[in-house]
Design a protein around this ligand. Structure first.
Ligand SMILES: O=C1C[C@@](O)(C(=O)O)C[C@@H](O)[C@@H]1O
Length: 231
């Protein structure tokens, strides 16, 4: 399956593909968190859903739950990329800076899947210059450059939106989101400034990051902001 990041993609984040039927009504894709799944490759084997998959196998050094060593973790992503349903693979920017990670990106693309190069900051929001630099570097090595930061103030949220707008204006394909309470509204608003992916759990209690809206809520918010105001 194919996913275009030319326009906003709403991904239902989940630890199990059993959520796909419930996600269909609102989501454009499923983000399958392989690191949170019991037996991810067996789930991929049995997947017969309609939504394309974006697979993530988040490293423990990037806030995820993968317990595999780096080679095994990336090898699982390469295997996942070969499933027809897998349209995109998330690879951390820090991994992509290594030879092993860059080779994973090559294999993912050989399997006709897109690479989402990701950066997470669970502590705060980097300085504006660093934010812009990270977005540009991630967008250069990935088909989408994704930066998720922890916003602790309105100022952080505004800087994130502004960096998203700047990156989009100079032609980078990026996705951004503010984690935490102060960042929550950026999830609804960032697509207006060019962000191309949003993440939300089907059920609020199963959030995969702090400050996420549930899927139906984020879908309603992004849809209504997408509509042109009536004149
Ligand atoms: O990288 C991201 C973004 C995210 O952390 C969020 O803040 O919505 C949720 C994760 O599941 C996903 O892999």
């Amino acid at each position: 399956m194919h996913l275009s990041f030319d326009s906003f993609v709403l991904a239902a984040s989940t630890a199990t593909l059993e959520d796909e039927p419930a996600a269909r009504e609102h989501a454009d894709a499923v983000e399958f968190r392989m690191d949170l799944a019991e037996d991810p490759l067996t789930e991929l084997d049995g997947y017969d859903g309609e939504l394309p998959l974006l697979v993530t196998n988040r490293a423990s050094w990037e806030g995820g739950a993968s317990e595999a060593d780096e080679d095994g973790r990336l090898a699982s992503l390469e295997r996942a990329a070969r499933y027809d349903a897998v349209a995109a693979v998330d690879v951390e920017l820090d991994a992509l800076r290594t030879k092993r990670g860059a080779s994973t990106a090559g294999r993912v693309r050989d399997a006709d899947a897109a690479v989402v190069a990701s950066v997470h900051d669970f502590e705060g929001t980097p300085a504006t210059s660093e934010l812009r630099r990270l977005l540009h570097e991630a967008a250069r090595v990935g088909d989408v450059g994704k930066v998720a930061v922890t916003a602790t103030s309105r100022d952080d949220a505004l800087r994130l939106l502004s960096a998203t707008h700047a990156a989009t204006t100079w032609g980078d394909t990026v996705a951004t989101m503010g984690m935490g309470e102060a960042g929550r509204h950026t999830r609804a608003v960032a697509p207006v400034y060019g962000s191309k992916i949003g993440y939300a759990p089907v059920r609020a209690a199963e959030a995969t990051a702090p400050g996420q809206y549930d899927l139906a809520s984020l879908s309603r918010l992004t849809d209504s902001l997408k509509k042109k105001p009536e004149t």
